[in-house]
Write a protein that binds this ligand. Structure first.
Ligand SMILES: CC(C)(COP(=O)(O)O)[C@@H](O)C(=O)NCCC(=O)N[C@@H](CSSC[C@H](N)C(=O)O)C(=O)O
Length: 350
């Protein structure tokens, strides 16, 4: 089976899809309640490229179900945007660079998973993250000698190691990357992939590291063209709450998959309680809590109301550029192994 088949056309999610004209006749649905996420999907159009993505994901899942039997991790990464105009000039974004997701994807691949990487277009990707968006210009990694370009010896060893891992993932068709930009694209694509992953049952793992918008601008209030600065000099934006999709993911879209969400806070005094509340509300398997300020060196794993523990890098490990995901991923994979064996046991007993 050849590596991931080339996409027939490059899918760009960051170009506004003004063609899907907004329909102001569609009534605004009330503030999102638990039961309203399905109304959301009835009200808002799917991205025009969704069917093409579903075909790719279906082929990827079928390949691994048939040829490798690998566990499949859906990793979401980067931040969703909230467009403020249909012909989008302005949008609400967030800080997420996609480091958590892209780094975790590498460790899941090293832990034997096939990975579907649902990421914010132009945010960090596994492997290339080491050389893109960094302070070093990519040209610094090269030198010239005898009129030929060469890899700068200072970086050659590390680059060779990363190149080998990248090629191994690619040649084994173990990594499928899928872009999103807006929160609408994210929600539709997440739902499609989750439903397709039902084919692998408990061997599916959802690692939701994307920074998902909590609020969005409904179509009925979205201007068609660039917002003109008013004489009042004020821009008042009236947002609605994004549907609570996690509940739907747990109950319907991925009833057998293991689901890990991340809880992001900036106030350490509420982090653990908020993570426990999320686990209690959505009844999924793990919440990984992290603070914006310290997310690269410590996280708290919340497995149930009375089971939580911190993973922290020591100062020494931080100095050695150790990646906390190298500790998070094996622990999540261990939880997933238990999840799978419990499922097999239940199936045998039923
Ligand atoms: C985004 C970061 C902090 C990583 O940062 P980068 O490495 O720079 O990318 C990630 O670790 C994280 O916390 N991701 C999850 C952030 C997030 O949006 N969490 C939501 C839960 S998922 S969105 C769930 C939705 N609101 C609902 O309730 O259904 C929250 O805290 O509320």
């Amino acid at each position: 089976m050849s590596p991931q088949a080339k996409r027939s056309s490059v899918i760009h999610t960051s170009i506004p899809d003004a063609g899907s004209a907004i329909d102001r006749n569609i009534p605004d649905f009330p503030i999102a309640q638990l039961s309203d996420e399905e109304k959301y999907f009835r009200t808002y159009k799917a991205p025009p490229y969704l069917e093409e993505i579903e075909d790719e994901v279906r082929k990827f899942i079928d390949y691994h179900a048939t040829h490798t039997g690998k566990k499949v991790a859906l990793i979401t990464s980067g931040g969703t945007t909230v467009p403020l105009e249909n012909n989008t000039v302005r949008f609400i974004d967030n800080f997420s660079a996609g480091t958590r997701g892209a780094t975790s994807a590498e460790y899941f691949l090293e832990n034997g998973y096939a990975v579907i990487f649902l990421y914010r277009e132009f945010s960090l990707l596994p492997y290339s993250r080491h050389y893109s968006h960094t302070t070093n210009c990519f040209l610094d990694y090269m030198t010239e000698s005898n009129n030929k370009i060469e890899i700068n010896p200072d970086f050659a060893d590390e680059m060779l190691m990363i190149l080998r891992k990248y090629k191994k993932a690619k040649d084994s068709n173990s990594l499928l990357v899928i872009p999103f930009t807006t929160v609408n694209q994210y929600l539709y694509t997440l739902r499609s992939i989750a439903i397709l992953l039902q084919k692998v049952g408990s061997k599916a793992l959802f690692f939701l590291a994307a920074a998902v918008s909590d609020f969005f601008l409904p179509q009925s209030r979205m201007p068609q063209h660039k917002i003109q600065s008013q004489s009042t000099g004020k821009l008042i934006i009236d947002l609605e709450q994004v549907p609570k999709f996690l509940r739907r993911l747990v109950d319907n879209w991925a009833p057998s998959g293991m689901i890990v969400s991340f809880k992001l806070e900036t106030d350490s005094s509420i982090l653990i309680d908020k993570a426990k509340t999320a686990l209690d509300r959505y009844q999924h398997q793990l919440v990984i809590g992290n603070l914006l300020q310290t997310r690269k060196k410590e996280v708290v794993i919340v497995a149930s109301n009375d089971q939580s523990h911190w993973i922290k890098l020591t100062d020494e490990e931080v100095k050695e550029n150790m990646e906390i995901e190298s500790l998070i991923v094996p622990e999540v994979a261990e939880h997933h192994e238990k999840w799978i064996s419990n499922h097999i046991k239940k199936e045998q007993e039923s």
